[in-house]
Design a protein around this ligand. Sequence first.
Ligand code: CTP
Length: 443
Amino acid sequence: MAKQKKPSLNLAEAASAIMDPVGGIELDTDGLRHRGTRSAMAEQKTILLVISGGIAAYKALDLVRRLRERGFAVKAVMTKAAEAFVTPLSVGAITGGRVHTDLLSREDEADIGHIRLARGADLVVIAPATADLLARMAGGHADDLATAVLLATNAPVLAAPAMNPAMWAHPATRRNVAQLAKDGVRFVGRNAGERAESGEAGPGRMAEPLEIVAAVEAILSPAARPLSGRHVVVTSGPTHEPIDPVRYIANRSSGKQGHAIAAAAAAAGARVTLVSGPVSVPDPAGVTVVHVETAREMLAAVAAALPADVAIMAAAVADWRAAEEQASKIKKQPSGAVPPLALVENPDILATVGPDPARRPALGVGFAAETANLLKNAETKLAAKGADWILANDVSPATGVMGGDDNTIHLVSRAGVEDWPTMTKQAVAERLVARIAATLAER
Ligand code: CTP
């Protein structure tokens, strides 16, 4: 059997690890001073490390050291359970600053507060991420400092899970991890193999500190955030056009595609404003969401969100609304006479934004939802709405696109038509965002 690992380091051991000349760092009176070259990427970047209570918490000390060697500033938050495995004193000795442990600490609130702690980070890393912490995150809890910070942060979140293999395999953990991945949380590891707990092997071991550092660098590298500094406005979902207080005109759009695009643009570093009609999909993390109901409200929200570098109009806006919205519910007539329903055309949001040089984003992207003559209609919309690209998709019921998880896109531009294979709406979003980033970089 492999040698047991130590469950924690005490301060003396931590300090000797810091003094280790092989590690290339040394302690000075202000905390840590670094020898060697810092990577340019690490300049100014702050990592907020959340340590939860698992045996792998001892590796968090080495992780801090590796991050600081590369020039990252590291702030640490520990859960109560983590303190059973490593002490705030030893973590503080290595981060070179205070370790935050309490949600309702008068000192913390007066000093920096959990919201500022959450907002001040470029990346939040959870190592180890226990089954319990993942469950509380998936449920949106905020009953301790770690979960409150995780709920309040706008920064990307990277989790390094560590738990017993049976806990990792449990359907509840599978559900929580799937939910968190949908919410935009990235994961590194869990690795198979011998764990610090005696006699337990199998998937559940935390990724090694250097693997976590590599994941951190990948997330924060400029190449991974090609839309950094850009503002992207996205519309998504249907609109509801009221007929009377209980009835409305709508369509089958789910918002899945538009929301996936907003999430992908945010993951690429953009500041994203998502203007969403009524949908049941959740708001993507790290995105400013403006909820609207009608086409006119959507137009006003888009106009208020401009200027933008990119506008992506994925909403299936209702083309018509009731000419007159009735103040009270229209009643059935004993005679069986049906009420006249006069319609008027809604403003076209894309066509309003597209041709106006003052408001026009550098790149205007629309969709064409068609059930016949897909490419011809898309080309007509490209010209009529002044868009740069139209993503044409066939929304006939047989395709399952409306409300489904997959999409087949034909990118229509003045340069021609590009056929994309059928893929998930998330993959469409990622491909579109990569395409947008490349196009903006060329200009
Ligand atoms: N669009 C918009 N405002 C509208 C209608 C459509 O901004 N009032 C945008 C959509 O978000 C999409 C593009 O225009 O990006 C094309 O929408 P689509 O529903 O395919 O076509 P319509 O313009 O509504 O035309 P039609 O219904 O005749 O196909």
